[in-house]
Design a protein around this ligand. Structure first.
Ligand code: SAM
Length: 414
């Protein structure tokens, strides 16, 4: 998340496990001018100005002038601040873990941005002794004294699990996080005693990575003009017209770098293919195409399996599903297929409506792809959250939706 293009703000998450927003404003950001909009942050690029904007959607998030290097700061080195794209902060915030929810599973964790975000939110909630985020989902608090909730972080790839462990340690999340390194989430037994208190799950599986800033084969978004109310992903940004050029043209170099957070962990065959593509001279197709239909089909099948597995955890009441893909096949289509599955119906899983979401996500204007959902499922499109790169909001392409389940603890359990 640290390697972003020149016209992209530096997104910085203040790590509540180690510091506070006020402390950071007094130290790391001393001398920065606080401006009210992302536009001003982006405009400061190349002007030699150091400005920041406090994000209006996600708590503890700051957008800073592009090009400012925070990796040399004490706060970065100590884990007090974490460089993390705004959209990448949506899943943990939307999941809204609260102490009364019990344990939280992060099913696909490395390198650990969302794991540490979950731990930070839980820490804040415990410290303040309450929820209070504006969420309105109807799950019942459990009765009686409960042990402190934990974050159970799964990562199938043993090497990446080492990176995860380092990040968890650096962020000060070690006390509340159990890392299951080299462990396949799909092999877990949801009915095992160790998972009986799992009330929430965050699913951020391997995906095509087509929304990542800098991908040189990213699709061009032709955004609808203001007020048209059609097409695209519900974006109604009035500046859309002049933004119909491809972002790829400005960011080709970044597209070739290894991106540890996304699009990995699929198959060794795929890795081989990528290596061969990198060796091939002047390819006519993009070097790491993210929209190959066969690949998308295989990814979405894996993603759906993951969601259905998560549905089986007996005490689970909420699940976020996210990708950094722009493709409906990996996003709305997975959500719709999951909702239609026997696994969802057996336990009463449904999508969390927009009006039930935490305030910042409820207010986020870019929603799911209505066309992909179809006339019969427009409420699902409204419940889904998208972020689009190049639309002036300063994020990468991203998707997240939340599934919730009402009723008593054992209702629907087999
Ligand atoms: N959530 C991470 C973050 O925010 O830093 C990024 C996760 S990345 C998109 C997907 C990760 O899932 C990869 O590290 C991959 O190795 C891992 N993964 C894929 N399949 C898995 C499985 N079945 N069980 C556990 N981890 C898996």
């Amino acid at each position: 998340d640290a390697e972003l293009g020149p016209a992209h703000p530096r997104w910085i998450r203040i790590n509540a496990l180690k510091t506070t927003l006020d402390d950071q404003l007094d130290t790391t950001f001393r001398g920065f001018v606080v401006v009210p909009s992302i536009d001003e942050v982006v405009a400061s690029a190349g002007q030699g100005r150091r400005v920041i904007c406090l994000d209006g959607h996600v708590p503890n998030l700051i957008a800073a002038s592009p090009g400012v290097d925070f990796t040399k700061t004490e706060a970065y080195k100590s884990g007090a601040i974490i460089l993390q794209d705004k959209a990448s902060c949506f899943p943990a915030y939307l999941l809204d873990p609260r102490p009364e929810d019990g344990d939280v599973i992060d099913a696909c964790s490395a390198p650990g941005n969302k794991t540490t975000h979950l731990a930070a939110i839980l820490h804040e909630r415990r410290a303040s002794g309450a929820g209070g985020s504006g969420g309105a989902v109807a799950w019942a608090p459990r009765q009686g004294a409960q042990p402190a909730p934990r974050v159970l972080a799964f990562e199938k790839d043993a090497q990446r699990a080492e990176v995860l462990k380092k990040m968890v340690h650096k962020a000060g999340a070690g006390d509340v996080t159990t890392v299951h390194g080299g462990a396949d989430f799909l092999q877990t037994n949801p009915d095992a005693p160790e998972f009986r208190r799992v009330g929430a799950l965050l699913l951020d599986p391997s995906c095509s990575g087509s929304g990542i800033v800098g991908r040189d084969d990213a699709p061009v978004f032709h955004l609808p003009s203001a007020g048209s109310g059609k097409g695209g992903n519900g974006n109604n940004n009035g500046t859309a017209k002049k933004k119909t050029t491809t972002m790829a043209a400005t960011t080709t170099n970044l597209g070739k770098r290894k991106r540890p957070g996304h699009g990995s962990g699929i198959t060794s065959q795929e890795q081989q293919q990528q290596k061969q593509q990198q060796k091939a001279p002047a390819p006519s197709a993009p070097p790491d195409s993210t929209s190959d239909p066969a690949r998308l089909a295989s990814l979405s099948a894996f993603q759906l399996t993951l969601v259905q597995h998560a549905f089986r955890f007996p005490a689970a009441r909420k699940i976020t599903y996210s990708t950094c893909s722009v493709h409906a096949e990996e996003n709305e289509k997975v959500v719709l297929a999951a909702l239609a599955s026997e696994a969802a119906r057996a336990r009463g899983w449904r999508v969390q409506r927009r009006d039930e979401q935490v305030r910042g996500m409820r207010e986020w204007p870019v929603r799911g792809d209505r066309e992909a959902c179809g006339e019969g499922h427009l409420e699902v499109a409204e419940a889904c959250i998208r972020a689009q790169r190049g639309d002036g909001r300063g994020t990468m392409g991203f998707f997240v939706a939340c599934f919730v389940r009402d009723g008593k603890e054992d209702e629907g359990d087999e």
